[in-house]
Design a protein around this ligand. Structure first.
Ligand code: ZN
Length: 242
């Protein structure tokens, strides 16, 4: 059993292609996508097409929902708002319909896994999981042994040990403890924010969880963003991964 989980593509086609190539190179065919196909980046239609073709799960994130008017964007910062307004103009009707068909949460019996863009508990609030207290509560919101999230664009793995202790892993490879349960934030394919400009995604093998980093053609994405007239701040941050 091995599969990949990708999140927060944000219409960054070059990053998505680099990650899919990396996944191919590992001989992995099952790819789960957990939300935010669009927003920030310059290639929303193409990214949705590829995600539809390649992923066996497609979840919606808050930017996807914003692009189809399902969530209000008053709480978005001005750059995110500008990018969503541009995305709404750019998206074809067909791709708008695609987003409407994306799930909010989903579980997989085969992988004994649960998937949500932001949090397994009250996913529609689009909260961030930062404190141990929030993490504890969220472990009770799903029954599978592992849950995947994105949203913060920061890769991190929380382990709930059988004793009830929460352990926070920041190392890229974790050997799974059979008695523990896990919440894995995969990090972001299209707009990493942990001061590393490489795309981030997760690979699960029989007994390991790995956060994989992949370089992509950042300048090509930045040129497309410039041509689209997307905000300078969003263009620049890709260089730094922040
Ligand atoms: Zn996102």
């Amino acid at each position: 059993m091995s599969y990949a989980v990708i999140s927060d593509v944000h219409a960054n086609l070059h990053a998505l292609e680099a990650v899919l190539q990396d996944i191919n190179g590992k001989g992995i065919t099952d790819i789960y996508f957990i939300g935010d196909a669009v927003g920030y980046g310059p290639r929303p239609n193409q990214c949705i097409d590829i995600i539809k073709q390649r992923c066996i799960l497609t979840l919606a994130g808050n930017h996807d929902w914003a692009a189809i008017g399902y969530t209000d964007i008053t709480y978005f910062n001005k750059y995110a708002k500008q990018a969503i307004e541009w995305t709404i103009e750019e998206l074809s009707n067909e791709h708008m319909e695609d987003i409407k068909s994306f799930n909010l949460i989903k579980s997989s019996e085969k992988e004994d896994a649960f998937f949500a863009h932001a949090t397994p508990m009250e996913p529609v609030l689009w909260s961030y999981l930062f404190t141990v207290e929030q993490v504890e509560k969220n472990f009770s919101a799903f029954k599978q042994s592992i849950c995947f999230i994105g949203h913060s664009h920061l890769a991190i793995v929380f382990e709930l040990e059988v004793s009830g202790q929460i352990y926070i892993h920041k190392d890229p490879i974790i050997i799974k403890n059979k008695q523990s349960r896990y919440i894995v934030n995969t990090g972001s394919v299209g707009q990493p924010r942990d001061n590393d400009n490489r795309s981030s995604y997760a690979v699960i093998q029989d007994d390991t969880i790995e956060i994989v980093r992949v370089t992509y053609d950042i300048e090509a994405t930045q040129a497309e963003m410039k041509a689209a007239g997307l905000p300078e701040m969003l263009i620049n941050r890709l260089s730094f991964g922040m």
